[in-house]
Design a protein around this ligand. Structure first.
Ligand SMILES: C[S@@+](CC[C@H](N)C(=O)[O-])C[C@H]1O[C@@H](n2cnc3c(N)ncnc32)[C@H](O)[C@@H]1O
Ligand code: SF4
Length: 335
């Protein structure tokens, strides 16, 4: 597979399986906008599992080694383990994972996902303080049930389990140390994520971002830490280890230290549009040619023709001008 215009190979595919969610996280799907009147995709607009599996095969032939299922909330899609079962034998796939809010991740579901071939899972959790977490998910969902989901994932062997926390100034920054403390020594890897200007509905302001540097300083003031090497080219999280042997954590600094230069990711929406950047305004429709009967060769050529001219590096050129762009929503494109 050829490189894009900035010399980057296509390696990761994030597949959003639904644009719907049972949470209304204030930084992602704020309730006042994604209320009852917000227009979600119709069922016939969604790619079927067969269509997703076919595209996954084609992407694997185009260089993709890692697939993450996301959304919206991926566990809202019925029998998602059936899709996992279809994807897991894909040739060349080295990593098959999912990001979920954990609300529907029972022990039974975690086992079904593992048995279907899911390698590991990331669960999002923004605070251990119930009031803070309920306010952030804006669905009244309690911390305890997400902790149960994390336990279910670990129990089913979907490891290493990662816990993703978006840090927003004045909202949950006090939870940084709580989260670090809670998961130190458990094998769970917490990843602290800078609040990003994805979409246009969350009212993002730079002043609300807690930088990765500040997050690190807070943790390092409590426990001595040292950096770890990246696991692979293009890994988004900076990896750190507690020097006392209590495990590792990650920091994702897409705002203050963009990693566009090594970005090997493409994103497929639930209705089959391919986006080349989290901050893109336009996607390329793959569903139409798929449904019009394109051959594998034709589809491979379309994927190639989209990837080769790619020159997106939004995070590196973020400015007042780019902030005003009409960017696709996170719930649609998948985190
Ligand atoms: C869009 S969600 C989809 C999967 C699932 N619903 C979940 O929450 O894990 C994927 C990830 O994106 C993160 N996310 C959403 N909006 C964000 C923003 N504005 N900045 C940074 N991360 C964000 C979420 O916290 C979550 O970890
Ligand atoms: S971050 Fe995930 S759980 Fe929260 S609203 Fe967005 S899609 Fe839903």
């Amino acid at each position: 597979m050829p490189l894009d215009r900035l010399g980057r190979p296509l390696r990761d595919l994030r597949i959003s399986v639904t644009d719907r969610c049972n949470f209304r996280c204030t930084y992602c799907m704020p309730r006042e906008i994604f209320g009852r009147d917000f227009e979600f995709l119709r069922r016939d607009e969604l790619l079927t599992y067969e269509e997703i599996a076919r595209l996954a095969q084609l992407f694997a032939q185009s260089g993709v080694e890692k697939i993450r299922l996301t959304g919206g909330e991926p566990l809202l899609r019925r029998d998602i383990e059936d899709l996992v079962r279809m994807l897991s034998p894909t040739r060349g796939l080295r990593d098959l994972t999912m990001t979920t809010n954990g609300s529907l991740l029972s022990e039974e579901k975690a086992r079904a996902l593992k048995n279907a071939g899911l390698h590991r899972i990331s669960v999002s959790l923004d605070s251990l303080d119930d009031a803070v977490f309920r306010a952030m998910n804006d669905a009244g969902f309690p911390v305890a049930r997400v902790l149960d989901a994390i336990g279910a994932a670990a129990g089913a062997g979907l490891t290493p389990v990662k816990v993703d926390m978006v840090v927003k100034r004045g909202v949950n920054e006090a939870s940084i140390l709580d989260m670090a403390r809670r998961f130190r020594g458990t094998g769970v890897i917490v990843r602290f994520i800078e609040y990003m200007d994805v979409g246009t509905t969350n009212g993002w302001r730079m002043a609300d971002v807690v930088s990765g540097r500040e997050i690190l300083d807070r943790i390092a003031a409590q426990w001595p830490v040292e950096p770890l090497d990246a696991n692979y080219f293009g890994e988004v999280a900076e990896r750190w280890r507690y020097r006392d042997g209590a495990g590792e954590f990650g920091i994702i600094t897409s705002v203050t230290q963009p990693f566009c230069g090594t970005c090997t990711r493409a994103r497929l929406t639930a209705d089959g549009r391919l986006y080349l950047c989290l901050f893109a305004t336009e996607g390329f429709d793959l569903r139409a040619p798929l449904r019009e009967g394109a051959t594998d060769e034709q589809m491979l050529e379309i994927i190639r023709s989209v990837w080769v001219p790619r020159d997106d590096h939004y995070s590196e050129i973020r400015s007042a001008e780019t902030e005003a762009l009409k960017k696709v929503e996170m719930s649609r494109i998948g985190g």
